[in-house]
Design a binder for this molecule. Structure first.
Ligand SMILES: [Zn+2]
Length: 173
């Protein structure tokens, strides 16, 4: 059994008749987070996390049809129970949990396993099937630890605020 299919419009749940992060316009798009490679223009109706609403309205248009859910609250769509759970990637990023006849699928866009102190930390959601479309989760990408990134940012701020000169200069040609 599966609740998710890969189609030319994106990841589709046939039981619920909706798409998750579709890359073509569809009637009903469930959005994992508001980054441009996941929340795309043109769908008739969107469902996303509460925090994604103003970002999606700013990017896709104030007049889009959008409903939102907080983390952990369920919504029934054509017999499929849907809920959103923190993905730890950016503010409002969510894993989409689907349950139908006792079978549980989780679809996630990007996610981050390390707590960045800003996003709600990743929640481990038990499931029978897990599908992720995480561009920067590819093994070719290697990331510094969260602490190293924060240290680098602090050092950069310290270096640039200690002088009125810019921390870098453009080459003169
Ligand atoms: Zn993203």
């Amino acid at each position: 059994m599966s609740l998710l299919q890969f189609t030319n419009k994106g990841i589709y749940c046939p039981q619920g008749n909706f798409y998750i992060d579709p890359w073509q316009p569809v009637d009903y798009a469930v959005i994992t987070h508001a980054h441009g490679d996941h929340a795309r223009w043109g769908s008739k109706h969107y469902l996303a996390h509460d925090i994604s609403r103003p970002i999606m309205q700013a990017r896709l248009g104030a007049d889009i049809s959008i409903e939102t859910l907080p983390y952990g609250e369920s919504k029934m769509i054509n017999g499929v129970t849907l809920s959103l759970h923190p993905a730890g990637h950016i503010l409002g990023s969510a894993q989409v949990r689907l349950e139908y006849n006792g079978f549980v699928s989780v679809a996630s866009g990007d996610y981050k396993v390390e707590d960045d102190q800003l996003s709600s930390p990743l929640e481990i959601v038990k499931c029978h099937e897990f599908v992720t479309e995480s561009t920067f989760g590819l093994p070719i990408y290697n990331w510094l630890s969260q602490q190293q990134i924060l240290d680098n940012m602090k050092n950069w701020i310290g270096a640039t605020s200690a002088t009125s000169e810019p921390a870098f200069s453009l080459p003169i040609v």
